[in-house]
Design a protein around this ligand. Structure first.
Ligand code: COA
Length: 129
């Protein structure tokens, strides 16, 4: 799902090996149907801020539109807020910008084409979380 229709099928991220990273998912009938991964990563425009980034946000296409994306992402935001993290950000594909805006994120900066997916993206930020 994460890489469907893109040139890359590699869903391993370097940040997966960061011991501070955490990964959230939702299971239905013992099958993973939603996922997202969080790790600490500075936002270039805000070098002095303890920022975390999330990646690999995806919901099984058979379960999209059921609110699972919202549940798994807000669960991550809750954890960051509880740790006192002030800012969370992501590189969002343009087709998903409306989803992130519904969850209180703001689009910042110019659009760009992501290397792995070759899809147009923007950075989205939520601050405070
Ligand atoms: C984008 C994605 C994660 C959304 O997950 P989801 O479970 O379908 O979203 P939800 O049902 O939780 O939707 C939450 C809200 O966002 C809205 N929304 C969901 N996807 C949207 C989209 N692509 N554009 C605009 N709004 C969207 C919903 O209508 C809902 O609005 P509401 O507050 O009025 O109810 C999912 O569609 C997906 O995995 N897409 C393919 C992979 C992808 O694009 N991942 C993001 C990479 S940056």
């Amino acid at each position: 799902m994460l890489r469907a229709g893109t040139p890359s099928s590699d869903v391993h991220l370097d940040e997966d090996d960061d011991p501070r990273a955490f990964h959230l998912g939702i299971e239905r009938d013992a099958t993973l149907v939603a996922c997202v991964s969080f790790s600490p990563q500075l936002l270039l425009d805000r070098p002095g801020v303890d920022a975390w980034r999330f990646r690999a946000m995806a919901v099984d296409e058979r379960h999209q539109g059921e609110g699972l994306g919202r549940v798994v992402l807000l669960a991550g935001f809750d954890r960051l807020r509880a740790r006192g993290v002030p800012l969370v950000w992501a590189k969002a594909r343009d087709t998903a910008l409306g989803f992130y805006e519904r969850l209180g994120m703001v689009v910042v900066g110019d659009g760009f084409v992501d290397e792995a997916t070759a899809l147009p993206h923007h950075v989205v930020v939520r601050e405070p979380i």
